[in-house]
Design a protein around this ligand. Structure first.
Ligand code: PLP
Ligand code: COI
Length: 339
């Protein structure tokens, strides 16, 4: 294998040795299969190709100073995948089968897990698709669950540093009673134009408001939002955002650190009151927010006056990473060690 320069990894695809697959036929999940092929053989009328029966997940494995491999909150990802499958009428994979597949694919690709010192990790990408043929708009009768892995570095260039975001009203990511709480491919297709326009204009990502009134904060690109003020961690309560496992973890860590935690609708104007703010997710970890521009109203909410991450975001980031890499005790039982 060509030597990997771990310190130069970005958030991109790199082939690894194996992926794992489980087929659902006649309503039953089969045995786990190991594959070294990067392609999938699909029926041209598969429902994932026409009617968007596609779900995915994202989680990470970390190599600790002690050499052990730790996977973060995999049961939460299993549960969210089940929720997504309920949301678009796909066969649900039991948590035990999800866990079996994650452990197997990580173990098989052990040599791709970046060394501790690099701060990089192994991104684990499960997907579940309708493979059965249909022409009428209905759920498939066959499904395929696949997991591939790929080593990744920071999602945003510069890693833990502040970035600018831009509010979009031109495009919505998800409707109030739509599929925003599910991790389905369609939500990401719906975000591509907003994301491209934000990037082309020099922003880190697009910033969504609620689709009904464009009054409240929803999400930032493929990450949840949190703001900090008066020793309080505040994050949106919304029916159109993805329930982020990172955000859920940060709420717990904030509480552990003695902060109050509020989950409630956040009006856009409240952005001017935050002492710190960040985008959070598996890929983004915490990406501190420098400012959020609202070009349509010719306004800019500057969050970080000195351009640096704030002290509470920094403490939360360090705490989360320390648990993930095994530098600090896993008091909440979030980590699965790969034996
Ligand atoms: N919001 C969206 C739209 C996402 O795609 C992600 C990534 O998974 C998140 C939030 C963060 O979720 P998590 O922390 O579970 O990765
Ligand atoms: C994640 O944080 O895992 C994401 O899903 C973000 C993006 C790559 C879709």
């Amino acid at each position: 294998m060509k030597e990997i320069d771990w310190s130069k990894l970005s958030f991109g695809y790199m082939p690894t040795d194996y992926n794992v697959r489980i087929y659902n036929r006649e309503g039953k999940w089969g045995e786990l299969e190991v594959s070294s092929s990067e392609t999938i053989n699909l029926h041209m009328a598969a429902t994932c190709l026409h009617y968007g029966q596609e779900a995915f997940e994202g989680l990470k494995a970390f190599r600790g100073k002690d050499g052990k491999i730790r996977i973060f909150r995999l049961e939460e990802n299993a549960a969210r995948l089940q929720s997504t499958c309920k949301g678009i009428l796909m066969a649900e994979l039991p948590t035990e089968r999800f866990k079996e597949a994650v452990l197997k694919v990580v173990k098989l690709n052990e040599r791709f897990i970046p060394p501790y010192e690099t701060g990089a990790s192994l991104y684990i990408r499960p997907l579940l698709i309708g493979t059965g043929a249909q022409v009428g708009v209905k759920p498939a009768d066959e499904y395929l669950f696949v997991i591939f892995v790929t080593p990744v570095g920071p999602y945003f260039k510069g890693g833990f540093s502040t970035n600018p975001y831009v509010i979009t009203r031109k495009y919505d990511r998800a409707a109030p009673h739509g599929t925003g709480t599910f991790k389905v491919g369609g939500n990401y297709a719906a975000s591509l134009r907003a994301s491209k326009e934000a990037h082309d204009a020099g922003y880190s990502a697009e910033f969504y408001l609620d689709a009904k009134e464009h009054k409240y904060i929803d999400e930032c690109g493929a990450a949840n939002f949190f703001g900090i003020k008066n020793n309080t961690y505040i994050t949106p309560l919304s029916s159109s955002i993805l329930p982020s496992i990172t955000n859920k973890s940060l709420m717990q860590l904030a509480e552990d650190m003695g902060l109050d935690v509020e989950r409630r609708p956040i009006p856009e104007e409240e952005l001017s009151t935050f002492e710190e703010a960040g985008a959070c997710g598996t890929a983004a970890v915490i990406s501190p927010i420098q400012r959020i521009d609202d070009p349509e109203n010719n306004h800019s909410y500057v969050i970080s006056k000195d351009g640096k991450p704030g002290p509470i975001s920094t403490a939360l980031y360090n705490k989360l990473r320390a648990i993930q890499y095994g530098d600090e005790p896993d008091v909440h039982n979030w980590v699965t060690i790969v034996e």
